[in-house]
Design a protein around this ligand. Sequence first.
Ligand code: SF4
Length: 331
Amino acid sequence: MALYTLGHHELDTRHPDLDILAAVIADGSADRELFHAANRVKTEEFGNKVFVRGIIEFSNYCRCTCAYCGINARMTHAKRYRMLPDELVETAVRTAEVYRTVILQSGEDRFYTAEMLADIVWRIKQRADCAVTLSVGERSMEEYRLMREAGADRFLLKHETANAVLYESLHGVPLETRLDAQRRIKALGFELGGGFMVGLPGQTDETLAKDLMTLVNEGVEMAGIGPFIAHPDTALAGTPDGDPHKTLKVLALARLLLPRCHLPSTTALNVKGGMKNALLCGADVIMQKATPFEYRKLYDIYPGRDALEVPLKEQYETLRRRLAEIGLSAE
Ligand code: SF4
């Protein structure tokens, strides 16, 4: 279905209109219809399945200065860590015994050359039957090519906000550099994962509508949409966090616009207690921590993240039971 009546608004997802998207986000009267429609689309596309991924945060060194992030390069007091290639490969292979997709995520850490990352991916793929997703930031076409040729399947790189002025004020570089990197990734045949934050200071509902259209226009196949959470040690300390309810509405709209797109219940949304709700209004993916215990607390991009020391299989079984209680099945 492409035409949805949401309260007073008619949303045609074949020709989405920015003003209508912004109006639906602003208007609380159609929320139930919106969530119901998103859940129906998600169920039509994926049944009752929830795709569970294991994420390994392998380095918290970062050259970037994203204003909201607790491990940005200016956080000189942050305790830093790096997993060396052998340790990372072993961790990934063990993770793949439980999860079918392994996500390797780090800050933008140039210690890992493209050759190193490609070798890590290749070694994992030799030993484990899993998809490998990379989330290591902006690199050149040649660097991305090496990673792709080594067997990396997917790449996560969020655009964070479609408001170019806001993007530059938070990141110190133009939004276009991020979109160009996304296009390189897409051109190489990776499944592209995008996404953005809800509730950034200065963001409007029109910006969020543009964020949704950016997902459509860039052809993302996955999208992480989470509430902004202020880190107390950053310049944005004290800024109110993003609204979880509004985040769910934007997520639900993403499901209507992109029926086949993989949409996680993001960890930021889970921190705000939104996992179950997200899975019932459009999300079809959960990411579970597979980072070795000693590093979990150190990957401190925003406060409140789960750093529990639960073994992978136990963690997966607990999740499987929780999903079954709401009629969903872990894949
Ligand atoms: S958000 Fe990511 S890229 Fe930005 S400073 Fe934090 S780890 Fe680095």
